[in-house]
Design a protein around this ligand. Sequence first.
Ligand SMILES: [Zn+2]
Length: 404
Amino acid sequence: MTRRELSKDTVMQSAFQVLKAGQIFDGVQARGPGMVMIENGLIRDVDFTGAVPPENATVTDFGPAAWLLPGLVDAHVHLCWDASTDAVAHVTNDDPGAVLDTARTAAVTALRTGVTTVRDLGDRDYLALTLRDQVPPTQRPEIVAAGPPITTRGGHCHFLGGEAEGAEALLAAVRERTERGCDVVKVMAGGGNMTPGSNPLHQQYGPADLRLIVEEAHRLRLTAAAHVHAADAIGDVIDAGFDTIEHFTFMTLDSAGLRDDLLDRVVKQRIFVSLTAGMVPGTPPPPPAIAARIDAMIDVATKVIASGARIVVGTDAGIEPSKPHHVFPYALVQLAGLGMPTLDVLRSATTEAAEAVGLAGRKGVLRPAADADVLVLDSSPVADVSAVADIRAVYRAGHRVPGN
Ligand SMILES: [Zn+2]
């Protein structure tokens, strides 16, 4: 770089913007009034001392009632799924262009809802990565992607194209995901509800296979997420060392029942539980297998919350009509309704989730050097977490997202 270019660069960098509000939640604590200084898409500084903004800054003051918080992180979405009653058919049979359009719309919807980071735990043809490549970062959430979930032949969500069995094929599957640019490996450790012929109570892989997948993922610097409903499979994925456990419902033949010994291990080992929460009111009910067990599953979730386990919020957005891509605020309201203190709900959706998806320090915090993904609310989410639905503005990498 020549001296002239360097000085031009310095001049450009000196133009920064400041967001001010009466209250700031920084991802950990409510900190009172302050300002966030943004430069080149990153947070340069966060001030709570009442300092005067630098002269060359563009200042936006949202006023004393407004709150600034980190952009939210949904730890479990499916961008390629259109949240229709036929979501499986759409993602399976429609041409890639149509599915990519679904993902593009889903990404914009999530971003306008204040979700500035999503972890996509199941696409087809690596379309979440295609989307990430095609759409500039400021026009979509940060996308942490798994590609097609690894599953058994004919197993849960096999129609997404991730079938692999046997050590060699499993290692190849993990390596393919690394080469494609995935950040996380998603494994269907047990069966699921929306795949004909799959039983959520059954294990899909043995303990040795699960351990192999996790070790290879970690060796290649990917995180590992396990889909699991029943207790035996939950035990296996704890043994295998998965970073996040999805669903964690403790589903049984006709109900759901927590196993305290397994929950204790999750708490002690500080494994992230990705609780599946959030349903938009007035939409068709969940699948019969879930609807029949919903009270028992809510009881399990309540006990998991009370246990002190590290919880992140995964909506499973896209899979059915009650989970459209703007469902996230409903998940936060639901967790608060199950007894989680509002500050913990907000941490689950910011700092904790960022760590769970492998982006600690970059996402989920308002601190120097973090990405300038900022949510502006009209009222206090600590007093009432449903305030996250009253969005004044969303900033993604320092750019204000149109539409709020
Ligand atoms: Zn899912």
